[in-house]
Each structure stands twice: as C-alpha cells, then as structure tokens.
Design a protein around this ligand. Structure first.
Ligand code: HAM
Length: 424
C-alpha cells in the first residue's frame, strides 16, 4: 500500500515534533553540563561491525537486523543500536589518540526487525551516551545519574533503576558453568530460545520473559554469587557513589541485558506503567568491546534510552511538556490592494525575527481571522481600506481582543517591543 508506512514505523507530525525538539534540547543541554559531546555516525555500517560488536548470539544479530547487499556486493546493516557505531568511529577516527576519556552522545533512528507492539517499533529513536577510557565506577555512576536527572527534569522521578554486575571474563566462566549445571536437568522445560542459548550464552536464560522459563529459573545461581574481587569491589563502589548522588536503585540479580558486550555493571530504568516494554533506558559497562573490535584495550560504559518510550511514560502519567506552537503575528487583509501590503509586511517582519503568517488562499476577512485563531497567533494586524488610506495598521492582541492603531513607520519597533520586550 502506498498510503501506509512500513510496519513498525511511525510519522512524527507537527504538534508532536515540537515535543521531540523540547526533549532533544533538554538532552543536549544536559550533555553540555556533563561534558558529553555529540557524535553523528552513519545510519548504516558494514554488517561485520554488529556481528562482532553486538554479538552473534544476541536476538538483535540473529533475528532483528535489517541487512542487505549493496550494489557493490557489500553486506550492509541499518544500525540496530549506537554503541558499536560509536566504537567504530572511535577507532576509525583515532579518537583514542586524543586526551581521554572520550565522552560522546548521540540521538537518532535505530532499526530492528522486531514484532511491533506498544512501545516496540522497527524504526525507533535512541539518545545514548558512551564514555571511553575510564575503568573506575565513577563513570558508571555518572551515566546513570545523567539518565536519572533527565527523567526527573521531565517529571518522571519515580522510575525504577535496576542495577546488577554481570562479571568479567575472569569470573563469568564459573558463573556460566554453574548456570549450565543448574539448567541441564530442566532443559526440556525451557523455551526454544533458551535451549539454544544454553551452550553459548546461558546467562540470557535468567532474563527470559517466558513464564515457564521464569518459573524454572527460580533459585538459579545469580551473577553476584560468582563475582571476582575486582568486579565485587567495582559493584560496591558504584552503589556507594549512587547513594552519594541520592539515586535510588534496586539490585536486580537477574538483569543480564540482551547484548553480549557487557562486563561488570549492567543497568536498566523501568517505567512499569507503560506496559510489557517497560525499559525506558538500558546500559552498562563494556570493557572488552573496543579491543574486540580491533582497538587498544579501552574500557567503556554508557546507556541508550528509547525516545518513543519517554513519550509513552509521559502520556501514561498524564504529564505535558511546556511546548506551544504559536506564531507571533498574523497579517489579515481586506482586499487585493491590502493583500500586497500584507505580503510586504510579513516578509519585513520575518526578516526582523518575528514569526509571521498571512493567508495565501484568498480567504474572506472573517475566514482569515479564524485561520489566525487556528495558528494561535498572538497578534493580528488588520489592513483594511481605512488603514490603506491613512497609512497605519490596526493591531489586535488576541489574548484580550484589545486594539491599537500603529503607524507604518512605527510598526516594527512596536512589535519588537511587545514580542521581545525590545525597545528600538
Ligand atoms: P537496548 O537495551 O537494546 O540497549 O536499547 C536501549 C533502549 O532503547 C531500550 O531500553 C528501549 O527504551 C529502547 N528500545 C530498544 N528497542 C526498541 C524498539 N524496538 N522500539 C522502541 N524502543 C526500543 C542498547 O541499544 C545499547 N546500545 C545501550 C548501551 C549504550 N549500552 C551501553 N551503551
């Protein structure tokens, strides 16, 4: 069908787009205060990057990537997430040779071939931050604090912050083995997905959403029972730092995340009231990812939040954002002669930085007033016969319907003063 977009995509229309700008500006200004700088990477990358970066056993790589051969017979994938691309750029552009840490943020569309449902799209938008080059838990606390502060700023202060430690290559083999021993006798009760995860990535069984698997994983050995000394100390320092920052959290020892690159810290922020897809943010540490992608051993930590889920959380809570799309001035004219004058005035006002509009569909004066109302114009300038003859404008303030006569010579200064409080 030519009149409907592909499944799992959505249009962001005027009325909504202003809200997106508001959120994006808030995130950008927050990043400035936390000293994260923007990176814009391509929307597509070589498929290989995600195979290595995200992990071959993940749902993303196995089932959800938009992959195609380009005309040069190269396998290309639309980015399903931002971390791998940011790591690729860090290496490609030799950012590791600059003063460390490297603190980056991104906002943009991501693509996953998932089954669409409330809060889950095939093209969705993420805001994410990544810190490269800091091994200590301060960097973990910093990114969690940034996310929490953002949600607080838009009125979402009671979200649930879940944290866990998923260990490192040193302690994970022991955990993996314990999990396999635990699930071995229960294998036939697990879902197909979990059965196939059993060999390569058994940790993922712990966060399977299938009710049977959940039941079967009661009592399973959790990561924190196997942490090595370094991971243990990292995790307890992180908790201290979060307490210091007054960030409330719960330890969720089943949280393992769906991407393969995590080491030590893993975290998610949930808004349970938005439904099954309640994770509004997810992230963690990935100290082995940069070297796995061919770079120097460099630790990393970050998160991404789903923009659509921010709006879903705001909507379910009935919260509105302080955005209004109003134009400053609508210029209404009574006939063809005044129409030309209105045309000139609108352009002069726009050049002075005043948002201005006029009718272009030959509406009657009455219909023009209705249109001005629809555009939520703060002021309407009327140009009729009397105004044309005596070279003045009638300015109507739409908030109280008061009217004033202003000469042509004074109109610009008059409007700048009313709109911006600027005396000329
Ligand atoms: P992720 O958990 O796959 O992590 O995605 C992060 C967030 O993106 C989710 O919590 C959710 O809000 C949103 N999201 C994911 N998939 C969809 C979808 N299909 N529709 C709508 N929203 C979605 C990552 O992507 C990691 N790269 C995060 C990260 C950055 N870890 C370290 N640095």
């Amino acid at each position: 069908m030519l009149t409907s977009g592909p499944k799992g995509t959505h249009d962001i229309l005027p009325g909504e787009s202003e809200k997106w700008h508001y959120i994006e500006e808030l995130l950008r200004s927050l990043c400035k205060t936390y000293n994260f700088r923007e990176i814009r990477t391509p929307i597509f990358e070589h498929t290989e990057l995600f195979l290595r970066g995200v992990g071959e056993t993940t749902d993303i790589v196995q089932k959800e990537m938009y992959t195609f051969m380009d005309k040069g017979e190269r396998s290309i994938t639309l980015r399903p997430e931002g971390t791998a691309s940011t790591v690729r750029a860090f290496l490609d552009q030799k950012l590791y040779a600059q003063t460390q840490p490297t603190k980056l943020f991104y906002i943009g569309p991501m693509f996953r071939y998932e089954r669409p449902q409330a809060g889950r799209f095939r093209q969705f938008h993420q805001f994410g931050v990544e810190t490269f080059g800091t091994a200590g838990p301060e960097a973990d606390a910093e990114v969690i604090a940034l996310a929490v502060e953002f949600y607080k700023k838009i009125g979402l202060s009671d979200l649930e912050v879940h944290i866990n430690s998923v260990g490192c290559p040193q302690c994970r083999p022991e955990h993996k083995e314990k999990i396999q021993t635990f699930f071995q006798p229960k294998l036939d009760k697990l879902c197909d997905n979990c059965r196939s995860r059993f060999e390569k990535n058994p940790l993922r069984i712990l966060d399977c959403k299938n009710p049977n698997c959940r039941e079967e994983s009661i009592g399973a050995p959790t990561t924190n029972t196997c942490l090595c000394e370094e991971c243990e100390s990292h995790f307890s320092q992180l908790q201290k730092l979060l307490q210091e920052l007054n960030v409330k959290y719960v330890i969720d020892d089943k949280l393992v995340r769906g991407l393969d690159y995590y080491t030590k810290t893993a975290f998610e922020i949930h808004a349970p009231e938005i439904g099954a897809q309640s994770a509004v943010c997810g992230g963690g540490r990935y100290d082995g990812l940069i070297s796995a992608c061919g770079g120097p051993q460099t630790p990393g930590v970050g998160f991404a939040l789903g923009m659509e889920r921010v709006f879903a959380a705001l909507n379910t809570k009935g919260l509105t954002l302080p955005v209004q799309q109003k134009i400053d001035v609508f210029v209404a004219c009574a006939d063809d002669t005044s129409r030309y004058k209105a045309f000139q005035l609108v352009y002069a006002l726009r050049q002075a930085g005043i948002s201005a509009e006029k009718d272009t569909l030959n509406r009657s004066l009455k219909a023009q007033m209705k249109y001005a109302d629809k555009l939520s114009a703060k002021l309407v300038i009327l140009i009729g016969e009397e105004e044309m003859t005596n070279d003045f404008y009638t300015v109507r303030n739409m908030s109280d319907s008061s009217q004033e006569k202003v000469t042509s010579a004074e109109i610009k200064a008059y409007l700048l003063n009313i709109i911006f409080g600027r005396k000329q």
